[in-house]
Design a protein around this ligand. Sequence first.
Ligand code: SER
Length: 390
Amino acid sequence: MEPDQIVRTFVEHYRRRDHRYAPESSLVRPPDDPVLFTTSGMHPLTPYLAGRPHPSGRRLVNVQRCLRTTDLDEVGDRTHLTVFDMLGSWSLGDYDIAESLNWGYELLRDGFGVGPGRLHATVFGGDDQVGPDETAWRTWTALGVPVELNREENWWSNGPTGPCGPDSEIFVWTGEGPPTGTPGTDGRWLEVWNHVRMRYHRHDDGRLTPLPQPGIDTGMGLERLEMVLRGGRSVFEGEGLASWVDDVGGLWPLDGTPLRRVCDHLRSAVVVIGDGVRPSNTGRGYVLRRLVRRALTELWRDDPARSLSALPDEPYADTVRRFRQHSDVDVLRRTIADEEHRFRGLLRRGRPVVDRLRSRGPLTGEDYRWLHDTHGLPRDLVDGPLAERG
Ligand code: SER
């Protein structure tokens, strides 16, 4: 199934169950939000989950572009992306977890053809503040889906304070042959969907109080679902990454983690620029700067002459379309080219500094810190393009 068809199937499933489409938000959060980027589908809906009436009613569905910098160091493996699309459904004080899980199960089985034998669920097993989620456990058991109980892993919050609650995660078996073990014991169980019972508000002092209106918040990563449906081994085999992988991999002899990093970071940078961010030394601009510079660091490790301007328009245009943005490809390319130019200048100025330090002996941890903090030279660059020559 193509991503567009996956989105249509998802939205249609919930529309038939009286959900209305909630407009997608920008990745850029308004100034009163302490968080820089939209990290999940529920994030823009926080006030409504906390009790404010939503203009579209009590049942919502949408697809929302998200950015997670917490996953930045994991990017390069098979399943993590910095920017991705999240398919979401919500009950704002309407139905509870049993309906949510049953509808989710029906969609996976009938809409997406994921056989029940490939599913495993995890459920909140209780802690000293909140009891186990017996309803979720009973619902999965009635459906014949095996359940694993956890504590912290099955408690969802969007930050240290705010709405939170026990969640139930759905895993799909991605290994060869019949499933073995549980999500906790076998990494071939891949988490695809999370159903959160938004029931509590966490206060500054750690106290939990019940929300005025308990709700449900679900989120499923589009690229992961596509991977599972195509029986792929990595999200980088999916349609949304294909043009990056083909063009980057066709131009330069990269593979494995370096190729995946370059593709993820460039694609993410395109979406971030599309939402109006420009590279800078603080906040969102710094995240964007890091994305572009990390991609260049991977590229320049073997050959500092490589330039992103060699890439064709195609991956840029494809990403703009897939993320429902309207960016001008020339503006995207120019923004990235300017950042490449600045980074090249930084390296040129950094080389004599690094060479001078090296002439005194092997670099120490303190040297690396100084190079990073004072000259903006990350360690992988100092050890890569700025490595000792000869
Ligand atoms: N908020 C939950 C998550 O991001 C489900 O949407 O996983």
